[in-house]
Design a binder for this molecule. Structure first.
Ligand code: UDP
Ligand code: MG
Length: 312
């Protein structure tokens, strides 16, 4: 018997969830008879009616299970909870807003089953319908992170992936607190097939990602997967040392040989501003890594469950 676990993080998705389930179940009917499904809805501390809708769905359909957090822990925590609790020999992650088309599921399943792939990832070929400024920053982020990490982060990659059990186990074995799933997925490697599709707007409700949240997420990704910023600040420090050394020699030369005592505080003030700016900047970079280390060292749980329908 084959079983596919479908993990769906839900945060304030009361409007989208019923539409999502309807569309999903239509697509699951296309699968061969011997394939079993488990739809694992993770309620990430929703403030609206999401939990009740999830329970209604659970009462109506036998293939639904749910986990409900004690508060909002974020999408990454919801994904992790899903992966830890999924029992299928295949696992897939989907958003509740239908931005990850369920119509691709069968194709993904076939690729993993018949084409010798361990996982199938999806990427958006465009960002149609997204604010231009958000697209611009996303693109810049991917360019940057690909330069400073040693493995490939696919631009436009979604969390919508279909994995065999071995890939799931590899991801679960990474217990880090600061989780960036797309990075973890690239990190574990394996034989991944990428399929592309055009961006789709969410069916109902609003995006949960503000510009500020996305910026924090990007910083998280960078500190989690690269130490390049630390090297960068060391190099700037070194360059400044060399420049100041040359300037000292030049000033000594000017004063002793040419007899011209150095004058002018404006230049001095500018130098102090610049150097202290660079120092604070570097300190900030070190602080980022330190704060992430601090959170890792505390070993707090990634999520806390208040209620769930599965026992394991
Ligand atoms: N989500 C979550 N916890 C959060 C934020 C989002 O579980 O704190 C879920 C949300 O319910 C949705 C998915 O993550 O199923 C993607 O969120 P959203 O569609 O808002 O992000 P976007 O597609 O705009 O990047
Ligand atoms: Mg979305």
């Amino acid at each position: 018997m084959e079983k596919i676990s479908i993990i769906v993080p839900c945060f304030n998705e009361e409007k989208a969830l019923p539409l999502f389930y309807e569309e999903l179940s239509k697509n699951l009917k296309k699968f061969p008879k011997e394939v079993d499904f488990e739809i694992l809805l993770i309620n990430d501390g929703s403030k609206d009616n999401t939990l009740n809708i999830i329970k209604d769905l659970k009462n109506k359909y036998s293939n639904i299970e749910f986990i409900s957090f004690s508060r909002n822990f974020g999408k990454e925590a919801a994904i992790f909870a899903g992966l830890e609790n999924a029992s299928g020999n295949y696992v897939t992650l989907m958003d509740a807003d239908l931005q990850d088309p369920p119509s691709l599921l069968l194709q993904m399943y076939n690729s993993v089953k018949n084409e010798n792939y361990d996982a199938v990832g999806t990427r958006r070929v465009n960002r149609k319908g997204e604010p231009i400024i958000r697209s611009f920053f996303s693109k810049t982020f991917y360019k940057l992170i690909n330069k400073i990490t040693s493995f490939d982060m696919v631009d436009g990659a979604r969390d919508f992936v279909f994995m065999k059990r071995n890939v799931v186990d590899a991801i679960i074995s990474l217990k880090e607190y600061n989780r960036y799933s797309k990075g973890l997925f690239s990190f574990v490697g394996f034989n991944v097939k990428w399929i592309e599709y055009e961006n789709i707007k969410r069916v109902a409700g609003d995006t949960k990602w503000s510009f500020w949240k996305l910026t924090q997420y990007a910083l998280e990704a960078i500190t989690a997967f690269s130490t390049a910023p630390l090297i960068f600040s060391s190099i700037i420090g070194l360059i400044f040392c060399i420049i100041s050394f040359l300037l000292i020699i030049a000033i000594i030369f000017k004063t002793l040989i040419l007899g011209d005592p150095t004058s002018g505080w404006p230049s001095l003030a500018c130098i102090i501003f610049m150097v202290s700016g660079v120092q604070l900047f570097s300190l900030g970079i070190i602080g980022q890594y330190l704060s992430k280390t601090y959170l890792e060292v505390k070993k707090r749980p990634i999520y806390i469950i208040k209620e769930k329908s599965i026992n394991n």
